[in-house]
Write a protein that binds this ligand. Structure first.
Ligand code: SF4
Length: 719
């Protein structure tokens, strides 16, 4: 066995640097790199089990094309595939205009690819319809940071865990979704038992069982809880008057808003005992460092931005930001979700945390790309859910999907399937085939994945990480940036003839110079030497920045952070007599997203072989359900059947279903056939954490064999 080299893990946003060992291109062992700041040698089961996911029979090695959706795919060469896509794109663009096409990408895509997508679609087509599955997980965090602090991007770093006196984890099951970072929280706690870990979550998760204080808040009660906490802190006189006076604005309005609140009513809405919340307030008052972690539980909501604002309000009130051990820390779900935000993949963005609405930002990008004035549209493009709505309506004609599996991960999957069926052209860049989405495509383009290309990403703590190519990509698979560059060149566009990924990167970082996410000093050559650098890193001799806002100058025009009073709002679809239960969805330790990789790792599949529904035993008793009984779950959008797991840790009136398993596992039985596609007004993030469902015991449990989709997986029998 020999060392193959190091790469950033392709799964979650922790961004662990891993070392790969093996023989003749076969990865046999994966370990965490001890010198890597993100993981300090840590690794979780998903990272450790990457080996069996790399060279699998379903790896896509050559482009696939079919002329009709009922036809089989046939293998074609690159010029044929690119030429076909080009011909249809040109026809559609000429006939219907730039807003008739869209690109739906992913936090799996490296920054080089993200940058070229924006350059092509926004800078050349004049079409802002580029978005990403980050819209499903952190658009609300982006909007929260921007509105409260003036800029996206966390102020914090992982080292803050060791400096915090109190860590509040809200709406995040870190223990399963960001395990290596949570291991660090546990290690810190064991070194300093006085450190207080407070977990707020409707479900007693693996994270909650490690807490000093666990508040089982009602789903949808987050803003009420945060406002009640704000009022308690105000009444305790806990505010940092000097910080608030010198570095914030809007405090008087926030104070007046809190004084109008009835704490007992708020606690009732949030389903927490006022005495318990008061304990938390006292801990925060006494803490020199208050760090908060949050993720989908706050973000996947029609008021996700407001939830983010409400949490950040507490940090501002206490002056707990811009110093070690303090600040609001949004955890990112994917290896390069942050890079997508920095590079301008979301539909309102341009590279370097610029926006399409800003005339100066548009002008800068047009000049940088050598485009004529007015090329970039001032209208934000369609977001993830909106793209699929417009596809179904026929307004959008073509969609290019890369590194994501929306036929499992988007809400209201019946709608998603209708939308894809209506599209004139569906192009999918994928490393594997079939996925639930690739099998609905017209053209599938084989992507080189981690380890098979030079690529750059940014993790949750703003750490830019370079990963080198370690082994050959299968067959003719190409890095996504090369696929986009080849397509752009076929369209006749200049400025896409890059020699390598380093050249793309070095062009991109020039657009970040002077911006909040300044990485102009993190050149390709430097990253290839040192591996990782944390932005802001404005010059070639800058060491990178662990924390932001240490001078308490925020990214707003006047340098002050903004208090934003937010009222509690109900989720879009609340339980009623017909659909009396709340469905909440989430992730499991052993799996990642839509199983495209993790279903190939036998050890992970054995740990979590199939989907289930968690239900409180009291509710189960009312429905005469026993463990493993099959339950029919129905929402206004669909019906699925899953075996029951009885769990005290799930609040009565609520059920939990992991979202990982799609149609390849069991046709028509994915969780997101149930979820609602309601989106927030600003962040446009769908409310994947809350919809109303009814439950019914399936009368005669039948023995069902559900074949797992991939070669490595074994059939699972559910009785
Ligand atoms: Fe990969 Fe995340 Fe696990 Fe680290 S914690 S090994 S980044 S899945």
């Amino acid at each position: 066995m020999k060392a193959l080299g190091e790469n950033i893990c392709p799964y979650c946003g922790v961004g662990c640097r891993l070392s790969f060992e093996g023989e003749s291109d076969k990865v046999l062992r994966v370990r965490g790199v001890e010198s890597a700041a993100a993981n300090l040698g840590g690794i979780c089961a998903k990272g450790a089990q990457l080996g069996p996911t790399i060279h699998t029979p379903d790896r896509l090695s050559r482009p696939q094309l079919r002329l009709g959706r009922r036809d089989d795919f046939r293998t074609v060469d690159w010029p044929t595939a690119i030429g076909y896509v080009r011909e249809i794109f040109v026809n559609i663009l000429n006939t219907y205009g730039p807003e008739s096409v869209a690109f739906y990408g992913s936090g799996q895509l490296d920054t080089e690819t993200v940058y070229l997508i924006g350059k092509l679609f926004k800078g050349h087509f004049g079409c802002n319809n580029t978005d990403s599955n980050s819209r499903l997980c952190m658009a609300a965090a982006v909007a929260g940071y921007r509105t409260s602090l003036g800029s996206d991007g966390p102020p914090t770093c992982y080292d803050d865990i060791d400096h915090a006196d109190a860590i509040v984890i809200m709406g995040s099951n870190m223990a399963e979704a960001h395990p290596v970072t949570f291991d660090r929280v546990k290690a810190s706690k064991s070194r300093r038992p006085e450190q207080q870990i407070i977990v707020i979550d409707p479900r007693r998760t693996a994270t909650a069982v490690n807490a000093d204080i666990y508040l089982p808040a009602a789903p949808g009660g987050d803003i009420a809880l945060l406002n009640a906490l704000g009022r308690m802190l105000l009444d305790l006189g806990a505010m940092d008057q000097a910080f608030v006076a010198a570095h914030t604005r809007g405090f008087d309005e926030y104070r007046a808003f809190l004084l109008e609140q009835n704490v007992n009513e708020l606690c009732h809405v949030a389903a927490v005992a006022p005495e318990e919340l008061y304990r938390v307030a006292k801990i925060l008052q006494a803490s020199k460092g208050f760090l908060s972690f949050y993720c989908m539980g706050l973000n996947q909501s029609t008021v996700g931005m407001w939830k983010n604002n409400s949490l950040i309000n507490l940090h501002l009130l206490l002056g707990q930001i811009g110093k070690p051990g303090a600040g609001p820390f949004s955890l990112t779900g994917q290896p390069n979700a942050m890079g997508g935000r920095e590079g301008g993949l979301l539909s309102h963005q341009l590279p370097g945390y610029r926006t399409v609405e800003d005339a100066g930002h548009r002008q800068y990008a047009e000049e940088f790309w050598g485009r004529s004035p007015g090329t970039i549209s001032s209208k934000p493009g369609l977001t993830a859910v909106e793209m699929f709505r417009d596809l179904e309506k026929g307004k959008l004609k073509a969609i290019w999907i890369a590194g994501t599996n929306p036929a499992v991960s988007l809400p209201d999957l019946h709608q998603v399937r209708r939308a894809l069926a209506k599209a004139q052209l569906v192009v999918v860049n994928e490393a594997y085939h079939p996925t639930e989405t690739s099998r609905l495509a017209d053209v599938i383009l084989p992507s080189a994945q981690f380890g098979e290309k030079d690529w750059t990403s940014t993790n949750s703590e703003r750490m830019i990480g370079y990963s080198p190519k370690l082994w050959p990509a299968p067959g003719e698979a190409l890095p996504d940036w090369q696929i986009i560059a080849r397509f752009a060149q076929s369209m006749g566009y200049k400025g896409f003839d890059y020699a390598d990924a380093a050249q793309v990167w070095d062009e991109y970082i020039q657009m970040t110079a002077g911006r909040p996410c300044d990485m102009a000093g993190a050149t390709a050559a430097r990253l290839r030497e040192v591996g990782s650098l944390q932005w802001p890193c404005p010059t070639a001799d800058h060491p990178g920045s662990k924390r932001r806002y240490l001078d308490h100058k925020f990214a707003t025009p006047d340098g002050r952070a903004i208090f934003l009073p937010r009222e509690n709002k109900e989720p879009r679809e609340v339980p009623d007599h017909e659909f009396p239960f709340v469905l909440t969805t989430g992730r499991l330790y052993a799996h990642w997203h839509t199983l495209t990789r993790t279903a190939k790792a036998d050890k992970l599949v054995r740990r979590e072989p199939g989907p289930f529904v968690e239900i409180n035993p009291a509710d189960a008793a009312k429905l005469e359900l026993e463990a493993d009984d099959l339950v029919q779950i129905t929402s206004r959008r669909g019906t699925i059947q899953l075996p029951a797991r009885l769990r005290e840790g799930v609040s009565p009136g609520m059920i939990f279903v992991p979202f990982h398993w799609g149609d390849l596992f069991n046709e028509g039985n994915a969780t997101n056939y149930l979820t609602i596609s309601a989106i927030g007004r600003v962040a446009k993030q769908p409310e994947l954490k809350f919809c109303a469902v009814s439950l019914e015991k399936v009368p005669q449990p039948r023995k069902r064999t559900m074949p797992l989709p991939m070669a490595a997986a074994q059939p699972v029998t559910i009785v």
